[in-house]
Write a protein that binds this ligand. Sequence first.
Ligand code: GLV
Ligand code: MN
Ligand code: MN
Length: 425
Amino acid sequence: MKIDIDAARLSEELAELARFTHAEPSPEGTAVTRVVFTEDDLRARAWLRGLAAEEGFAIREDAVGNTFIRWVGIEPDLPAVGTGSHIDAIPHAGMYDGTVGVLGGLEAMRALKRSGQRFRRSIELLLLTSEEPTRFGIGCLGSRLLSGTLDPQRADSMNDTVDAESQGTLSDVRNAAGFTGDLASVRLEPRFYHAWLELHIEQGALLEREGLPIGIVTSIAAPAGYRFTISGFGGHAGALLMPDRRDALCAASELILSIERHALAANAASDTSDTVATVGTCGVFPGAVNSVPSRVVLQLDIRDTDPARRESVMQSVRCDYTEIAGRRRVQIEEELVNADAPAQSAPHIVETLDAVCAELGISPKKMVSRAYHDSLFMARIAPIAMIFIPCRGGVSHRPDEHSSPEDIARGTLVLAHALARLAAE
Ligand code: GLV
Ligand code: MN
Ligand code: MN
C-alpha cells in the first residue's frame, strides 16, 4: 500500500500550533507554555477540531476535555485502533513534546484516507487532557480517568495550583472551560481499543547517538509524585537571631539534598542510571527577602524502572527527614500524589512495528521510555506500544527542543503503516 505523508503540511501545522502559547519569546528557540484549560489551550483545541472537521472525522469530547477524532471503519462496532498524545506544554517548553503524536496522528489518518484504503476497524485520534502536571499537580489526568486509575471525585477536588487567584478546583476550572458532566462518565469500557499506539519525541539522546531513526518502546518507567510541606517558624530577618530559628527553607534544602544523595546511591548500588529524582518546584512562604521562611512546599518527581527500588529510596529519604525535622525543630509532612506501576508494551504491537520497519527498510531500536506518557495508563485498558523519533541532543521541556521534519515524517509514516495493519485485523 502506498502511503504518502505530507511532511510540509505537518511541519506547518506544528509551527501553527506553537503559536498558541503564553510563553515569553525566548532566544533559545520556540518557547511554548500551554497550560491546560487556559485560553491558549482552548484556542488550540478549537483549531485542531477544525482540522479534523475538514476531513469529515467524527468528533467527541468527554467531561475532562479528552477529544476523540474518529475515522469510522467498515465495521464501526469493532473496537477501534487508537493513537494520540497531548498538546499541553509545561512552562517555557518546546514545540514537539506531545504535539508530534497529535498532529502526526492526524496526518497518519489523513494519509491513510488519501491512499484510498478503507479499514475494518475505526481509527481514532485522541487528544488527551493535561498529560503535564503543571496545573493540578498530577500528570496524565485525561488518561488516568479514561483508564479508571484516578477516582473521579478526588480528581474533581484537586486544586488549581497555577491560577492562585481562582483558588478553584478541577471541577471549577473544567466547567468554566465548557467541559461539564460527571467525571465518572470519562472511563472507557475495557476493550474499547483493539490497540493503542503513541508517537512521541524520544526526550533522550540515545537514538541520535546511535544514528537510529526510530525507537520502539518496550516499557515505560514507573513515575511517582510527592508533595512535602515543611513548617517552621517565621520572623524578622534582622531581629530573629540564628540560635532561635526554625527556618523551613533551610530544612527543605537538606531534604532536597537527601533526595539527590539517595537517588545517586541507588544508581551506584544497581550499577544503572535508572533512578531519577527531581524537586522541580519550591514554594516559599511568605517569600520576602527580609522574612525568615515559615513554610515551604516542595514537589518531588521520582521515577525508576523498578518501583521497589523507587520505594526504597523513599524509605531512606523518610529516615533522613525525620532526623532533619527533629534537629531543626520543624514539621515535615509528606503527601503522596501518585505512585504508578511501569507499563509493558504488547508483544503483538511491537512485532507489528518491527514488521513495518522491515518493510520500510528502517532499523529500529528497542528501548525503555524514561519519560512518562499517556500510554502508561492506556496500557491498563488496551494493548499498547510507542514509536519514538530522535530529538536534537536529547533536549526536551526546553524551547530548544527540536526534531527534524524528516524524522517527524518518518515517525508518522511508521505510525500510519502500523495503524493500517492493526485496523485491518
Ligand atoms: C512527561 O512530560 C514527563 O514528565 O515524563
Ligand atoms: Mn512533557
Ligand atoms: Mn509528552
